[in-house]
Ligand binder design. Structure first.
Ligand code: CTP
Length: 411
């Protein structure tokens, strides 16, 4: 999605996660947004204003009274300029100051004067994050309308493990996109859902990406699946406390931390991996797009072109879900499928739900904003004997949060 002419003010405070922000600014600029950066003095210790000036293409503001000539209303100009403010990384100190109405530097003064939304992306040590005063400040800011992106769990620069890591630049980018898609509610939801750890002690098996069926040593049959939806589900499932196994076809997606990854190439390999892992799981989510057909034979050498007529004999691959649900009992793991439909979406998804004996199916209808490569999606979740749940256009991460929230209640 283009962020054409959207004005985004990025406030950076002093944390090691500052190193991620140039990547975010580059992505925003690539999407045609205008970016202005305000840094606290502490942030400049982690990354230089020159770097931020270079990537944003705009002067970086740090101090209240810089330069030889003062423009007394600089904080007001900056606060009125932005369509949205993103404070990333946001330290406990910065959050505390805003919660207390303190404006003792340029950034906090700009935020105090701002009338648009401010999104905080906190980043700090796990104990600072869990500190009751930090949590009280965040709760209070949320109550008055500030938006928050929850920090993720993982290894920290301070050698601790826990919640407090700032999400990756692409996740922050998706949040900005979702913000301009008027999906602010999801930002509020994210905190409470992610905090619940609703998948604690659950084993979740997720498949993602396409499969590839070789025609000859250089050519193959595959599909446009990027794996983004399956990877987003896996990443959120980890955050919700699940023990996640991700079986992935060939994708260029970054593998989320703290899960078991099994890489496969063909539909047959996917089938075998699912059969093996399924026995140990509480829930299988088949977000993969296995190739439905494969050449009857793989040519040993590269097939030479023939200008007259060329044919490849094809055969169907196994329907993995049907194979798995053949011996399904009431005590079996829950099975969630996806339905990719271009026409008659609801009717086709309902048929797949029944034919494949699934516990739920996620209907996916590709469009410009929900295409394979897209970071956003719009889906409908169908569960037998229940009303369909439509999840409007949002980032694949937020869609995953909503889906896993519902799925966790089925387990
Ligand atoms: N699926 C599967 N095995 C296959 C193909 C698909 O288990 N060989 C799973 C997918 O992972 C998805 C669901 O079946 O969860 C529906 O996939 P989809 O591509 O929408 O439908 P198909 O069953 O392949 O049927 P069609 O292509 O005719 O729509």
């Amino acid at each position: 999605m283009s962020l054409s002419k959207k004005k985004i003010l990025i406030g950076m405070t002093g944390g090691i996660a500052c190193y991620k922000i140039p990547y975010l600014v580059r992505a925003l600029k690539k999407a045609d947004a205008e970016v202005m950066v305000v840094m606290t003095e502490a942030a400049t210790k982690f990354i230089t204003p020159l770097t931020m000036e270079t990537v944003s293409g705009n002067p970086v503001a740090v101090g209240m009274f810089e330069g030889k000539t003062y423009i007394a209303t600089r904080h007001i100009d900056l606060s009125e300029w932005a369509d949205v403010n993103l404070i990333a990384p946001a330290t406990a100190n910065c959050i505390g100051k805003i919660a207390s109405g303190i404006s003792d530097d340029l950034l906090t003064t700009v935020l105090c004067a701002s009338t648009t939304h401010t999104i905080f992306s906190p980043a700090m040590n796990v104990h600072m994050w869990e500190n009751k005063i930090t949590q009280r400040n965040i709760a209070m800011l949320k109550e008055v309308g500030y938006l928050f992106i929850d920090p993720t769990e993982g290894d920290m620069a301070c050698n601790h493990y826990g919640v407090g890591r700032m999400p990756e630049p692409e996740d922050l980018f998706s949040v900005i996109q979702a913000y301009f898609n008027k999906n602010r509610q999801s930002l509020k939801n994210e905190h409470s859902s992610a905090k619940k750890k609703s998948l604690k002690n659950k084993k979740i098996l997720i498949t993602a990406g396409p499969t590839k069926e070789q025609i000859d040593p250089v050519r193959f049959i595959s599909n446009n699946s990027s794996g983004k939806m399956g990877y987003a589900l896996a990443s959120v499932a980890v955050e919700l406390g699940a023990e996640v196994t991700l079986i992935s076809g060939p994708t260029s997606e970054e593998v989320p931390a703290n899960l078991k990854l099994i890489q496969i190439k063909t539909t047959d390999e996917l089938l075998k991996a699912v059969q093996k892992e399924y026995k140990k799981t509480d829930c299988l989510i088949m977000a993969a797009a296995p190739a439905d057909i494969r050449p009857s034979q793989i040519a040993k050498s590269k097939i030479k072109k023939d200008n007259q007529k060329m044919e490849i004999a094809l055969e169907p691959t196994t329907d993995i879900l049907k194979e798995i649900t053949k011996n399904k009992t009431v005590n079996s793991a829950k099975i969630i499928g996806f339905a990719l439909e271009t026409d008659n979406g609801l009717a086709n998804a309902k048929k797949k739900l029944k034919d494949k004996k699934l516990d739920a199916i996620v209907l996916n209808q590709p469009s410009e904003k929900t295409a394979f490569e897209s970071d956003t999606n719009e889906v409908t979740l169908l569960i037998p004997k229940r009303k369909a749940v439509h999840i409007p256009l949002d980032t694949k991460r937020n869609i995953s949060i909503r889906l896993l929230d519902i799925i966790s209640k089925l387990l």
